[in-house]
Ligand binder design. Structure first.
Ligand code: FES
Length: 85
């Protein structure tokens, strides 16, 4: 799913029963990463296929840091994301 808070777009995923929250806008040309395909701990942008590691936000092929990640947790069915103030 995509969450927008204070103008920041964040993509939230549950992959292999682990929650992740990363920047939701692709660094290539702004594709919507919340609509990307998940596999092997990565998300693939739906527009041109750039891939990012869910745990780090790194560009998967090069390991170059690209996207911010956010701390996310679930308690009693409520998902909370730590956002910068
Ligand atoms: S906009 Fe994401 S790969 Fe091009």
């Amino acid at each position: 799913m995509e969450v927008v808070s204070n103008g920041e777009v964040i993509a939230v995923y549950r992959h292999a029963n682990v929650l992740y929250a990363i920047d939701g806008v692709c660094m290539h040309q702004g594709g919507p990463l919340a609509r990307g395909r998940l596999a092997d701990g990565t998300v693939t942008c739906p527009w041109h296929g750039w891939q990012y590691e869910l745990a780090t936000g790194n560009h998967a092929p090069t390991c170059k840091p690209m996207l911010k990640t956010y701390k996310i947790q679930e308690s009693d069915g409520v998902i909370e994301i730590d956002l910068p103030i």
